[in-house]
Design a protein around this ligand. Structure first.
Ligand code: SAM
Length: 324
């Protein structure tokens, strides 16, 4: 039903797709291949293959992303033309009403900035001695949650401008369950707590000051499903076509503590070097790997209770939006 809606828009030639937070392409290329193939097959089934429009894919990530690697890894056999769109997906990136399909996978957990109050030693939300909200004061988590909510609203508003009316948006959103037992399970946030403890251990040995740790927090947030749904419903520019909670599909890909630490290093190293300098990195990840290895919980991927939400939204026609 949904694919038919997408291809039945006569005024939208070519079909334009965008991947927000594409990184260097490994997963993005596979996703774009699946999406364009699925639409092509639909045209074939409907006997409309002669009318198949061109496809165009916009690959978005931050300006610092390695777009050269991405373009080098595009498959030779593909159905689409490609363009890079550097910039933050929390704001507008594309012209009005050009997109038929927006996609984002495992990227919306990055917030646009660390909430200022958690770095402010005069604030009740000051996050002293920690680098994230897990295990921190309630005020710290609230600051993160507010920032996340503002950022997702900006993302939804920006995409609502860029999508054609009736256009679709598929999101894979890293999240956590509403509760889990920390004695028998862990999630992405518990991993950040463990990682954060390595910084204070290093500060205590004099590698850097505790103040250096206090002035650093990681800008990621993992909502619970109900929280994410409430943000979408407040926005009012989309209908929720589908929302499913998936078990973290990648948890068995990381086969041990060394893998987990290496994965985390790949996603966070740049930011850590910017704040602490490159000379601490080896020791930091060595300590982190040892802590993961020492924990029976973190050594067992079956204890990982992190989840991914699959959310399919459809842009409402303008006249159906109460506040637009
Ligand atoms: C974990 S990677 C996900 C990559 C890919 N989508 C996948 O599914 O494997 C998260 C990506 O989101 C990007 N990202 C984070 N914040 C962003 C923002 N505000 N605007 C654009 N990209 C952003 C990061 O640079 C990173 O490449």
């Amino acid at each position: 039903m949904v694919e038919k809606d997408l291809i039945a828009m006569p005024e939208t030639h070519p079909i334009r797709i965008a991947d927000f937070g594409c990184s260097t392409g490994h997963n993005s290329c596979a996703a774009m291949q699946i999406i364009t193939e699925a639409i092509r097959r639909r045209f074939e089934i409907e006997g409309l293959i002669s009318q198949l429009p061109d496809f165009y894919v916009y690959f978005n990530d931050k300006v610092t992303n390695d777009f050269n690697t991405l373009f080098n890894s595009l498959p030779r056999e593909r159905l689409y033309g490609a363009a890079g769109v550097p910039g933050s997906f929390h704001g507008r990136l594309l012209p009005k009403a050009v997109l038929n399909f927006a996609y984002s996978s495992c990227s919306l957990n990055w917030i646009s900035e660390v909430p200022k109050a958690v770095l402010d030693n005069t604030s009740p939300a000051w996050n002293r001695g920690k680098i994230h909200y897990e295990g921190a004061r309630r005020e710290v988590r609230e600051e993160y949650a507010n920032q996340y909510s503002k950022d997702i609203e900006s993302f939804l508003d920006s995409r609502a401008e860029e999508l054609v009316q009736g256009g679709l948006m598929a999101l894979l959103v890293p999240a956590v369950p509403a509760s889990w037992d920390p004695n028998s399970a862990y999630t992405s946030t518990s991993e950040l707590y463990l990682f954060g403890s390595c910084f204070m251990d290093m500060a205590k040995t004099g590698r850097f000051s505790e103040a250096k740790v206090d002035s650093f927090n990681i800008p990621v947030y993992f909502p619970i499903p109900q929280e994410f749904k409430a943000i979408i419903e407040r926005n009012d520019k989309y209908t929720i076509e589908r929302m499913e909670v998936l078990d973290n599909p990648g948890k068995h890909n990381l086969t041990g503590p060394k893998d987990r630490a290496a994965y985390f290093r790949a996603t966070s190293e740049g930011m850590l070097i910017d704040h602490f300098g490159s000379e601490i990195i080896e020791e930091l990840f060595d300590r982190y790997t040892k802590k993961l290895e020492a924990s029976p919980l973190f050594s067992d991927p079956d204890c990982d209770k992190s989840i991914i939400m699959f959310v399919l939204l459809q842009r409402k026609p303008e006249s159906y939006c109460s506040a637009s």
